[in-house]
Design a protein around this ligand. Structure first.
Ligand code: PHE
Length: 468
């Protein structure tokens, strides 16, 4: 007991050494929003949200996802940003600084770093397909209205080990270079330029989809709930998606929070990010489903929706080649902003806590990611029969993070804020030391985070995993 306490005191002393002095940060309020939104918007909106909605009952799934975003995702997001800004440190160090000595709360930060690796493992692979598809769309060689042909093209990409690995490395190199440039000159500068482009392209593709004859059936699918497909597993999937979407439960928002300005209004900023992210998901649904129905394709194509159905849908419309290039550029932009925040979690930790420079930390992390990610990249070829827990690495990484690690992390973060940190600290942090007059918002947030969020997460998690 004694020894452990001493070890932990040393830990905390180390944590305190990693001070805020000289730390890079976001420079403007707009930059804060762009970077945070860049993290939230990603393949989650364009790949996961539409395919999960398609497979799990359309609007009914969206309703559950919405509730979960309000009562679980958003409170955890506010909590994380607030804690990161207070400690001005990476996720592990933040927990060490804020938590009492004897309880190993820093494990949440450590589990978060693990989650960041696993998410990056499969995320870089999907992003690799997206990058590859920009070029395939440009050359016109996936432009077929026959899903069997687009399916064959997709299969030949993902079952080729060399292509899979190389595209993953291209993605890692792009993201690594931006991260090495720094928080303000890399993350902030890039997301500030890319976010407006993303919204612009999305609107163009939506208009195209909505003006197709027969588009209404797609809208009905998106907005008319059918609750018959909803099971405990579906509810867990919706909740996992809300964690994944807002990049919470694993320290990303703690890390980004540490770069927030002290005068930033955290509740309004996070609410805006949440609403903008939600709009992008809904707009992605509007860009996809009306077109899918208009050309008589099936909506419940699962994860391959993006790479098999969508190209066939585009090929069916006039000027489809142009829209297809735009669409995959959009997906690449979205994925890049999200991967920046994933990579930043371990890089910030290494830069805060070791003697490594930011560039060294980035290179080391990228190399480790290439190793972890290769298992996912090869899941459809050489490692197709390697199935720990009955899933190939690609699916395992996805399941373990969205459905286990993120909810567990979110649960502990809510418990920490509600039951350990307490109201007075929260009020100070969220009113910017009394500068903002938002006591009602703070009270509502605190009540939900203390009582509602942990209970909901626990029930959904245990039921969804069939533990109760
Ligand atoms: N929010 C991102 C998306 O929807 C994914 C992500 C998860 C990013 C966790 C960072 C942390 O694509």
């Amino acid at each position: 007991m004694e020894a452990r306490t001493t070890a932990e005191t040393v830990h905390q002393a180390e944590a305190n050494k990693a001070t805020a002095i000289g730390r890079d940060a976001f420079t403007s309020s707009l930059g804060v929003i762009a970077a945070t939104l860049g993290s939230a918007i990603g393949l989650g909106n364009i790949w996961k949200f539409p395919s999960l909605t398609g497979a799990n009952g359309g609007a009914a799934f969206i309703v559950i996802y919405l509730l979960s975003t309000l009562f679980v995702g958003l409170p955890v997001m506010i909590s994380e940003v607030m804690m990161g800004r207070k400690a001005k440190a990476d996720a592990v160090t933040t927990m060490q600084k804020l938590a009492p000595n004897r309880v190993p709360w820093w494990l949440i930060g450590a589990a978060g770093a693990l989650a960041a690796f696993l998410i990056m493992g499969f995320y870089t692979e999907v992003a690799g397909w997206v990058f590859a598809y920009i070029f395939k769309a440009l050359s016109g060689n996936i432009l077929s209205t026959n899903p069997e042909q687009t399916g064959a093209a997709f299969t030949s990409l993902i079952t080729d080990p060399a292509q899979s690995l190389i595209w993953q490395w291209v993605v890692l190199a792009v993201v690594g270079i931006i991260i090495a440039l720094g928080v303000s000159k890399g993350i902030e500068a890039v997301t500030k330029r890319l976010m407006p482009i993303l919204f612009g392209i999305l609107l163009i593709v939506c208009v195209r989809s909505l003006t197709l004859p027969g588009a209404a059936a797609g809208l009905a699918f998106l907005f008319q709930p059918d609750f018959s497909k909803v099971t405990a597993g579906v509810v867990l999937t919706a909740m996992g998606l809300s964690f994944f979407k807002l990049s919470v439960g694993m320290g990303t928002m703690i890390t980004y929070g540490s770069y927030f300005r002290d005068d930033q209004n955290i509740p309004t900023t996070t609410l805006r990010v949440m609403l903008a992210d939600l709009s992008v998901s809904i707009l992605a649904g509007i860009a996809i489903f009306p077109a899918v129905f208009a050309f008589g394709f099936k909506p419940d194509a699962g994860p391959s929706l993006l790479f098999i159905t969508i190209p066939a849908v585009f090929a069916s419309m006039p000027l489809g080649g142009v829209f297809m290039v735009l669409f995959f550029v959009l997906a690449a932009i979205a994925a890049t902003g999200a991967m920046l925040s994933l990579l930043e979690v371990p890089v910030a930790f290494l830069a805060d806590r070791t003697r490594m420079t930011r560039t060294q930390a980035t290179v080391l992390t990228v190399i480790l990611l290439a190793v972890v990610g290769s298992a996912a990249a090869l899941s459809n070829s050489v490692l197709a029969d390697f199935k720990p827990f009955g899933m190939v690495a690609f699916d395992l990484y996805d399941f373990a993070t969205s459905n286990v690690l993120l909810p567990v992390g979110g649960f502990f973060i809510a418990v920490f804020v509600g039951w350990v940190w307490g109201y007075d600290q929260v009020k100070q942090a969220l009113t910017n030391n009394g500068m903002l007059h938002n006591e009602r918002v703070v009270k509502a947030f605190f009540g939900v985070t203390k009582f509602v969020t942990p209970v909901l997460v626990l029930i959904v998690l245990l039921r969804g995993l069939k533990i109760i």
